[in-house]
Design a protein around this ligand. Structure first.
Ligand code: PLP
Length: 402
């Protein structure tokens, strides 16, 4: 390396120059066990050719964080590995991943087949694409491959699914629906946020792109907003990465670092959350104030058999239940919990409760709510990692107030 490009500040520099060029410490002779945080947005090169060569794709040299960053790349490789993908694109939020993928795949006049009762932000994005850009969207049920076949058009480009639906935890027949799309050359996108790659890996069922809001289980600690799209093949990865350069929804290195730190305990958290959720679902089902419990681990759930095939290692940490007392009872419950928090998220170390009819699904009419299986007294619980008996004591105490 020439003196001109040395990492060390030459001794002859004046203080004004030296403060701008502190020496960088490279690790040699040992290796860090914690993931290094590369909080550098910009990277310098020794030659113009090397800089020019860095622009080629998602695996190029680092030069400017919208194109890639070493800490962000670590997160991308970690999640791609868990999902069985060839690569991934980390984004500033789950919605950033969803919009970047959709805008990379679609143009005006294209057709999307979407599962009913997708995440509200995704429905909003699809509706906006329809109103502003003439993208047409048809909705199908998650247990209906024949519905996908019937909805196909020559202009269909994307099938958009969620592994587990919110808040009634319906499990989608991923192999059945994706097979229909594959035969028609349609790209399948699966939002796997609720399941995590520990419980379900949609690429094994034929998905082309898997999306996570890493804000939820992957981060897991209510301290980071982020998203990621994982790709089954490099050409699709390259195409969405290209689009991301224009949209600018790239992940920040510190957010990626927090996510990687959270992910080290993902397996422990998810196993505990699945066990506690199953236990809680059973206890809720036996409580007189509760008319129904929605949890795929219960034999009464309509997708129980499918869940045993698709989610063999556990049914997730989210469940919902219906209160006989309707809207007032749900309000009383969500305001009476003490250990749990009334907060609009999931997949956290903290137990969280939510009343979908007045929050995440408030834009739906009563008929639309009923069609989505959501009653006025439906409460969603995202189980945390607290002791199961403390969670149950809190829930039972709050149920006594409804
Ligand atoms: C939260 C969530 C999103 C959106 O993710 P953000 O990180 O909030 O942008 C998308 N899909 C599902 C299923 C979610 O739960």
């Amino acid at each position: 390396m020439s003196d001109h490009h040395s990492h060390e500040a030459p001794d002859e520099l004046r203080p004004e120059s030296r403060v701008v060029h502190p020496p960088l410490t490279e690790v040699t002779g040992s290796r860090p066990l914690g993931v290094p945080l590369h909080q550098s947005h910009l990277f310098a090169f020794d030659t113009g050719d090397a800089l020019a060569g860095a622009h080629g794709g998602p695996d190029g040299a680092f030069f400017y964080n919208r194109f890639g960053n070493p800490t962000v790349r670590s997160l991308e490789q970690a999640v791609a590995g868990l999902e069985g993908g060839t690569g991934a694109l980390a984004t500033a939020s789950g919605m950033g991943a969803i919009n970047t993928a959709l805008l990379a795949l679609l143009r005006a006049g294209d057709h999307v087949i979407a599962q009913r009762s997708l995440y509200g932000g995704t429905v909003g994005a699809l509706t906006d694409l329809t109103e502003r850009w003439g993208v047409e969207v048809g909705y199908v049920n998650g247990d209906d491959p024949a519905g996908v076949a019937a909805a196909l058009r020559p202009t269909t480009r994307v099938l958009f699914l969620e592994t587990v639906s919110n808040p009634t935890t319906r499990v989608t027949d991923l192999p059945g629906l994706i097979a229909v799309a594959k035969r028609a050359g349609v790209v399948s996108v699966v939002d796997n946020t609720f399941a995590t790659p520990l419980l379900c890996r949609p690429i094994e069922h034929g998905a082309d792109i898997v999306i996570h809001s890493v804000t939820k289980y992957l981060g897991g600690h209510s301290d980071v907003l982020g998203g990621i799209a994982v790709f089954a093949d490099p050409a699709l990865h390259h195409r969405v990465w290209r689009r991301s350069l224009e949209l600018g929804a790239s992940a920040d290195p510190f957010a990626a670092w927090l996510t990687l730190r959270g992910m080290q305990t993902l397996a422990l958290r998810v196993r505990r959350q699945c066990e506690t959720a199953l236990d809680l679902a059973g206890r809720l089902a036996a409580h007189p104030a509760v008319t129904a419990v929605h949890y795929p681990g219960l034999p009464t759930h309509p997708d129980h058999d499918l869940a045993r095939r698709l989610l063999p290692d556990g049914h997730g940490g989210v469940l919902a239940f219906d209160l006989a007392g309707g809207r007032e009872a749900a309000a009383a419950f969500t305001e009476s919990v003490r250990l749990a928090s009334l907060a609009p998220s999931l997949g956290d170390v903290h137990t969280l409760v939510l009343h979908p009819a007045s929050t995440s699904h408030r834009q739906l009419s009563d008929e639309e709510l009923a069609a989505a299986g959501i009653g006025p007294g439906t409460v969603r619980v995202s189980v945390g990692i607290e002791h199961p008996e403390d969670i149950w004591a809190d829930v039972r105490r709050a149920l006594a107030k409804v």
